[in-house]
Design a protein around this ligand. Structure first.
Ligand SMILES: [Zn+2]
Length: 147
């Protein structure tokens, strides 16, 4: 079976867009990167890991809740020692994202107390953790200063 293209029709060949998969289950990449928590339908408590029961009320029903992509640094630690291969120092922080606590590292900021402070405004960002032979990228998240 033949297939005729209309005259003047161009076939554009583009490089394949690498497929991306989130590094953690609670990171969603589309339409824009954001975190999704499991929210207890009884009391509203939010959890990022999978739960069979709510730690606050023992409820067993959960729904997905999108988490704000901007927040403030509520607590942070400058990590100076890590496993081999992990660059130090880096900043591990607890971010208050509109009432939901999120654990994440800070990026695009110097890892020292002059550049990181409590109450600092940050926003979610993503980075490539690595890629396999097929070019599929694993995507992780971090927070960067929301200047
Ligand atoms: Zn609950």
């Amino acid at each position: 079976m033949s297939f005729a293209l209309p005259r003047g029709c161009l076939i554009l060949k583009t490089a394949p867009v690498p497929e991306q998969i989130p590094f953690v289950e609670y990171l969603q990449l589309a339409p824009t990167p954001h975190l999704v928590a499991h929210q207890c339908t009884s009391c509203g408590a939010r959890f990022f890991d999978r739960r069979n029961a709510c730690a606050s009320c023992f409820g067993t029903s959960f729904e997905d809740a999108s988490i704000a992509t901007e927040g403030t640094v509520r607590s942070f630690t400058i990590v100076s020692f890590a496993a081999p291969g992990i660059p130090v120092p880096f900043v591990s922080a607890i971010i208050d994202c509109d009432g939901t606590s999120v654990r994440g590292n800070l990026t695009n900021v110097s890892a020292d107390p002059e550049h990181v402070s409590l109450g600092m405004k940050v926003r979610l960002t993503t980075y490539t953790v690595g890629a396999d032979e097929a070019g599929t990228e694993a995507v992780g998240f971090a927070f960067e200063p929301a200047a």
